[in-house]
Write a protein that binds this ligand. Structure first.
Ligand code: SF4
Length: 87
């Protein structure tokens, strides 16, 4: 198994914190604050980024509400359809 550590930018939120990631055979397994940069902190979301990235519950397609607001009913849509609806 190939284990690599690389400097990176966390992409979980727009904060874009400087981080160091650990990859095992190309799979993200750990995120740590990047040493030597100002404000090298990592929030909880950043620390758990591997769980977020590989979660089976992660949304991978736009959803369009099909019921009343708050009912929690949605259907999958294409990006073109979602963007047409939003713009
Ligand atoms: S570490 Fe936290 S605050 Fe920084 S970019 Fe990632 S999610 Fe955002």
């Amino acid at each position: 198994m190939l284990i690599e550590k690389k400097p990176a930018i966390c992409g979980i939120c727009p904060g874009a914190c400087a981080v160091e990631v650990t990859l095992e055979s190309g799979r993200l397994v750990k995120v740590e604050p990047r040493r030597g940069v100002p404000y090298a902190n990592l929030c909880v979301r950043g620390r758990y980024a591997p769980e977020i990235v590989y979660s089976p519950h992660r949304l991978k397609t736009p959803l369009i509400r099909t019921g009343e607001r708050g009912e929690g009913r949605f259907r999958a849509a294409s990006w073109d359809e979602a963007l047409d609806l939003a713009v």
